[in-house]
Design a binder for this molecule. Structure first.
Ligand SMILES: [Zn+2]
Length: 328
């Protein structure tokens, strides 16, 4: 049986762009990526967030790159408007559901897309962006991520360097506009700086529990508690490296459930949602290998002891609560 879900993060648009620039066919409706409309619908998708991502050292302008991705995003939504439609305000979510359409929510995964400018941030807001990461894995004009050693891929938490003054200004402006502040990829210090500024909820759109898997893309128990105190949510990331340390085998729905249960144990049943990171990760070893497998995850959560209402909280109610609080 299908259960509706909100997925806070995927990189599908970047993959479609990659195909477009080399002249290969691409389609959001049906493709060989992790996410397409067909499989979203088969799995029960309610809202899919689509990230506009810029790899800072590989693009000339993060702003221009995010613009190009946003163009593709709207071109695809227009082509398949019978099945999926964008969200600009809360009422759009309900409107889309009523007519049987999936809602699409635009997000920015690299604060530098607005190049430190409130005008550019407002520009993306006007184009539908309702969530933005402070950083990806590079330091930018807004703040610091956790360290990643480019030589061996190892990461260590940065508890010293957080938001810049510009970053603090942009976070305040995001709150004013009604944009969700996303601390996934942020340094530990940036996380706490955001928690100091944002009064209500914020999110870690695609991060797991560091206590279970020691990667610094994941949240410590203290961060989970702080996030819960703010009424915020962390989205379960399906990336094998963030679920299980150096584990070569299949990553099962039970492995996902371990993190969900830990989130609930530490921060309560309102603190966890979904943030698959599909098309930004390798899904090859995943039992929940694309959105059409979502019902199996819901059933696994219930098998592991969650009530049906708690499983629904993880699947969509918690994130919907946060969006309802922030988006106007
Ligand atoms: Zn990411």
């Amino acid at each position: 049986m299908k259960h509706k879900f909100i997925d806070m993060h995927c990189d599908t648009i970047s993959e479609l762009y990659r195909r477009k620039i080399v002249g290969k066919p691409y389609s959001l409706f049906e493709n060989d990526l992790d996410i397409d409309i067909k499989r979203l619908a088969a799995g029960g998708a309610y809202i899919q967030c689509f990230a506009m991502f810029a790899y800072l050292t590989k693009v000339d302008s993060a702003y221009a790159h995010a613009e190009a991705l946003t163009d593709i995003y709207y071109e695809e939504l227009e082509k398949y408007k019978d099945y999926i439609a964008p969200v600009f305000c809360l009422a759009d979510i309900e409107k889309n559901e009523k007519v049987g359409k999936i809602s699409a929510l635009l997000t920015l995964e690299e604060g530098e897309c607005c190049e430190g400018s409130t005008e550019k941030l407002k520009h993306f807001y006007d184009r539908g962006a309702r969530m933005m990461n402070i950083t990806w894995n590079f330091k930018n004009s807004l703040g610091h991520p956790n360290h990643i050693d480019v030589n061996n891929g190892s990461v260590s938490p940065d508890t010293e360097n957080g938001l810049t003054e510009k970053g603090k200004e942009i976070v305040e402006y995001m709150c004013e506009l009604g944009m969700t502040v996303d601390v996934s990829h942020s340094s530990d210090k940036s996380f706490y700086d955001v928690a100091d500024i944002v009064k209500g909820p914020f999110v870690a759109s695609h991060s797991n529990c560091r206590q279970l898997c020691g990667h610094t893309r994941n949240l410590t128990d203290d961060m989970i508690r702080v996030l819960a105190d703010h009424g915020g949510v962390s989205g379960l990331n399906y990336c094998p490296a963030f679920i299980k340390d150096g584990h070569p085998d299949a990553i099962t729905a039970d492995d996902f459930a371990d993190h969900v249960l830990h989130f609930i144990k530490v921060g309560g049943e309102d603190v966890v949602g979904l943030g698959s990171d599909y098309d930004g990760i390798s899904s090859r070893r995943l039992q929940i290998k694309d959105p059409s497998y979502a019902p199996l995850l819901w059933e696994t959560l219930v098998k592991r002891g969650l009530t049906e209402d708690q499983a629904d909280k993880v699947f969509y109610k918690n994130v919907l609560r946060v969006l309802s609080d922030i988006i106007k």
